[in-house]
Design a protein around this ligand. Structure first.
Ligand code: FES
Ligand code: FES
Length: 161
């Protein structure tokens, strides 16, 4: 079947089987390997993408559900100013991501950024809860997110003055 959707801001049409999962379409058909493949059961979060601004595990989404959707992967998000803020926060806190969880963690933070301006620790925990990170402690990721919002608010205040 032919399916048309928006991918990282570009209208995209593919020919695929209806049941093929989005993770495989991205990685195998479209060469977007930033999205990682882990458990394939919706548990690890390494395959997270944004679909219509919602965080979704791409390993669970069949092609036939993609028509007309607006999909953002880590490749698209890395071109945004929000990505630069997140990158700055990771550098500032000295936290590195191994690459396996990086797309999911970054897009989880992106989703939180677009939904709130001053998240509580509980909200940050909830935002990261769909992501399994084997290398970093949860606490260090929380500190990075707090720093992201500090940077965001600093930039906002600088614009006002
Ligand atoms: S690969 Fe999709 S949640 Fe693990
Ligand atoms: S940094 Fe390696 S899994 Fe998160």
């Amino acid at each position: 079947m032919k399916i048309t959707f928006t991918l990282n801001g570009k209208k995209t049409t593919i020919e695929t089987s209806p049941e093929k999962k989005l993770i495989d379409i991205l990685r195998l058909d479209l060469g977007l390997c930033g999205t990682k493949k882990g458990c394939e059961q919706g548990e690890c979060g390494s395959c997270l993408v944004l679909i219509n601004n919602n965080l979704i595990n791409s390993c669970l989404v069949p092609a036939f559900r993609l028509g007309g959707k607006d999909i953002m992967t880590i490749e698209g998000f890395s071109q945004t100013k929000e990505y630069s803020m997140i990158e700055e926060a990771f550098l500032k806190k000295g936290v590195t991501l191994c690459g396996f969880c990086a797309p999911g963690v970054v897009l989880s933070i992106a989703n939180l950024l677009s939904n709130t301006s001053t998240p509580s620790t509980g909200e940050i925990r909830d935002a990261l809860s769909g992501q399994l990170c084997r290398c970093n402690g949860f606490l260090s990721l929380i500190q990075v997110v707090v720093e992201v919002f500090r940077i965001k608010n600093r930039k906002k205040n600088a614009k006002r003055s």
